[in-house]
Every structure is written in structure tokens, then in C-alpha cells.
Design a protein around this ligand. Structure first.
Ligand code: PLP
Length: 414
């Protein structure tokens, strides 16, 4: 019955033990507190292009607008047929064999699909190989699903590339899948075709599900080439995740997809579970799904994103400005990213006194009004990195980095 005699605290689920998502964690609460007391905070914690003046292609916005009257009902749980067909045709054009609309699931962004896939895949104690540093949703969702995120290191000395032999040594009886994020968030590393082929071969050797988060696949600089993991999966199941949030700058629409390719015949049971979970949440937001066929039609030339990433384009120029200014600060080093929209600089621990990097970014924000994310929030073991979003204009970046440089001086080891 109802125990009215004493006050019972409402506690969070034990499932949340160990689940962390620092890009919107305690730092955001502090930012909101500062904003409520009248301070303007420059939010560089999250890759949200629209708020920095990047507009989506107008035809995409128009498609959603025009679809509103006929998008009032639920859709098929897997997504509207034109969106699934467009995704299947897109990957077929890229060269992924045997893809049809039934291999596509549309979700409320890649975020929801990461959740559905890991919930459908992981039994308690199963292990998933995830990069360190990572986009932390992968680790958070694997943990929430009852699994163990086993982190494989990416080597900063080697352009943040992972070492396949080292990854292979982490494979156990319980390993169920391997995640690659390419281009990478937070490091901006773009993997060579040979490395991607190596990931697929490793997954194949051990019967692992290959999960490729390719949400930045068209955000590439200086001639970097992106290699789709799905091109190399034959025997093993490959799940490719992408969407419109970054490339088409409509993160707020919540439109993403996952495509199953490779060895689907062995994965029938898992795919049935995934369908069950997709059914249980009805469907993705229907109006936004109508943007997908427009974004992926063969007529769309991707010129908008290509221009942003070319010399003179805002993405590319801002990356360069931020990289130059940050690396001019004594003791700050940073790999130049080949893709995505972030910098992941290292703050020399012999020069800067930072032990608790979360405390550091909160104090830095109080002093500078600039919100960045601590490296350990990306499951990096050491407290000597921060992640910096390069979306603001060069002018704003210059001001922000100037303030950060001044603040760093206050934590300098003399
Ligand atoms: N995957 C990576 C690597 C990301 O960086 C992000 C967003 O920052 C996501 C997935 C989530 O994107 P979506 O807006 O599609 O949920």
C-alpha cells in the first residue's frame, strides 16, 4: 500500500549508474544559472549549426513546410516510404550492394537510433568497443542498455588514429559490436580507406556488428576523403548512422537514419528486436521526414556543404582561425581536423594546473562567459583536453579564444 508514514525520496533508476553525458551536463546547468542572472554565454558545447547563422538549403525547409498538412498522422514505424527509398538509393549510388527501403530505419536524429540499436543489441554484460575519445552518447547508451563500453584508444601522436591490433586485443567472448566514428567527433580525424577496411575485417573475423557513425561524412577539409564502412562489410552486419543535423544544418528537425548492410541474414533475430523497439515508439517526427528525400535526391548536389568546407567557406576558415589562435597559446597543441566541426586541443599538464577538468571548464566559463566541454566528458582518461566548437564567426572565435588565453594564464604553473 501507500506508505504515508514517512517521506520516501524519489530516486533515479539504478540503470543510470555510470551514465554520463557531459556535453549537456553540469556545465549547462551552470550556464543557465549565469544566463538567468543576466550574463550572455557563448555556447560552444554542442555542434548546432543553425544557431550560428548556417541556414539549411531552402528547398529542404520548404519540403517540410509543404508537407505539414499531410504529415498529421503517424507514419510507418520505419519511416515514410519516400524517405526510406531516398536513403536506400543514396547508399546504392555510393556503391553499397543490395540496399533497399526495408534496410532503412528513420529516427528522431541519430541519437534516437543509437539508443534503439544498442537497446536491441546488448544483453547485460555484453561489451561494445567504442573509441576514446568518443562522442559520449555511444558510451552512455551502451551503459544504459546494461553493457560495458570498452574503450579503444585513439593516438593523438598519430593524428588520433586507432590501432587495429590494439583493438583486436580488447575483443573477448562478450564483445558484441564495434563503433567507429568517422569523421570523428571530437577529434576531427578522418580515417583512411585502409583503416576502415581494417575495421570491417576485424568485425568480420570476430562476428561483431560494425556500427559506423558517419554523421559528418560530407564535412571534410583539404581534400580529405571519407570511406564508408558499409562498402567493406560482407559477412558481418554493418549499421551506418547518419542524418540531416550537421550536413544539412537542421539539427532541430531531428531527422536521421540507420542503414543495415552486409550480413543481414545472420542478424534476423536482432533486426526483429530493433523493429519491435521502433514499433513501440510509433515513428519519428513525420514532418521532418519529408526533408530527407529532398536532401538525398540525386538532384541535390551537396554544393552548400562543399562550399562551407572549401577555402573561403565559413566551416573551413573558422577551423583555421580557431586552430591558429589556440595553438598560439603557449602549451596548447592541437591536431588540425580533416573533418567535422570541432577542435580537441591539449593543454600541457606541465604548464597548466588542471586536475578536475569539469571544474576547470566551469571556472573558465564563469570567468570568460565561454562554454566549452571537458575532454573527460568524451571518455578520455586524462584531464588535459577540451573540446571546442568552431561554428561561430571568426570574429567571435577570436574574442572567445582571447578570453580563454587570458584565463589559462591564471592556472599556469610557474
Ligand atoms: N553522432 C555524432 C558523432 C554526433 O556528433 C552527433 C551530434 O553531435 C550525433 C551523432 C547526434 O546527432 P543527431 O542530431 O542526428 O541526433
Amino acid at each position: 500500500g501507500w506508505d504515508t508514514g514517512r517521506v520516501r525520496l524519489i530516486t533515479q533508476s539504478s540503470k543510470l549508474a555510470g551514465v554520463r553525458y557531459d556535453v549537456r551536463g553540469p556545465i549547462l546547468q551552470e550556464a543557465e544559472r549565469l544566463e538567468r542572472s543576466g550574463h550572455e554565454i557563448l555556447r560552444l558545447n554542442i555542434g548546432n549549426p543553425a544557431v550560428f547563422g548556417f541556414d539549411a538549403p531552402p528547398e529542404l525547409v520548404e519540403a517540410v513546410h509543404a508537407a505539414l498538412p499531410r504529415a498529421q498522422g503517424y507514419s510507418d514505424s520505419r519511416g515514410i516510404a519516400p524517405a526510406r527509398e531516398a536513403v536506400a538509393e543514396h547508399y546504392t549510388r555510393i556503391g553499397v550492394p543490395g540496399i533497399g527501403p526495408d534496410d532503412v530505419l528513420i529516427g528522431n536524429g541519430v541519437s534516437e537510433l543509437i539508443s534503439l540499436v544498442l537497446q536491441a543489441l546488448i544483453s547485460p554484460g555484453d561489451e561494445i568497443l567504442i573509441p576514446s575519445p568518443d562522442y559520449p552518447l555511444w558510451t552512455a547508451q551502451a551503459t544504459l542498455a546494461g553493457g560495458h563500453a570498452v574503450h579503444y584508444p585513439c593516438d593523438e601522436q598519430n593524428g588520433w588514429m586507432p590501432d587495429l591490433d590494439a583493438i583486436e586485443r580488447l575483443v573477448t567472448e562478450r564483445t558484441k559490436g564495434i563503433v567507429l566514428i568517422n569523421p570523428n567527433n571530437p577529434t576531427g580525424a578522418v580515417y583512411s580507406a585502409e583503416l576502415v577496411r581494417g575495421f570491417a575485417a576485424l568485425a568480420e573475423r570476430h562476428g561483431l556488428v560494425l556500427m559506423a557513425d558517419e554523421i559528418y561524412d560530407h564535412i571534410l577539409y583539404d581534400g580529405a576523403q571519407h570511406e564508408h564502412a558499409a562498402l567493406h562489410a560482407r559477412e558481418t552486419l554493418c549499421l551506418t548512422f547518419s542524418g540531416l543535423s550537421k550536413i544539412q544544418r537542421v539539427a532541430g528537425y531531428r531527422a536521421g537514419w540507420v542503414v543495415a548492410s552486409g550480413g543481414r541474414e545472420r542478424a534476423g533475430d536482432f533486426l526483429e528486436g530493433l523493429t519491435l523497439l521502433a514499433n513501440m515508439r510509433m515513428c519519428a517526427n513525420v514532418p521532418a521526414q519529408h526533408a530527407i528525400p529532398v536532401a538525398l535526391s540525386s538532384a541535390s548536389d551537396w554544393s552548400g556543404i562543399a562550399e562551407l568546407c572549401a577555402p573561403g567557406g565559413r566551416f573551413r576558415d573558422q577551423r583555421d582561425v580557431a586552430h591558429r589562435l589556440l595553438t598560439e597559446i603557449p602549451g596548447v597543441t592541437c591536431e588540425l581536423p580533416g573533418g567535422a566541426m570541432y577542435l580537441f586541443p591539449r593543454l600541457d599538464p606541465d604548464r597548466y594546473d588542471i586536475h578536475d577538468d569539469q571544474h576547470f571548464v566551469i571556472e573558465l566559463m564563469r570567468a570568460t562567459r565561454v562554454m566549452i566541454t571537458n575532454g573527460r566528458g568524451f571518455n578520455l582518461p586524462t584531464p588535459d583536453h577540451v573540446r571546442f566548437v568552431t561554428l561561430p564567426s571568426a570574429e567571435v572565435l577570436t574574442e572567445a579564444i582571447g578570453r580563454i588565453a587570458e584565463y589559462l594564464d591564471t592556472v599556469r604553473i610557474d
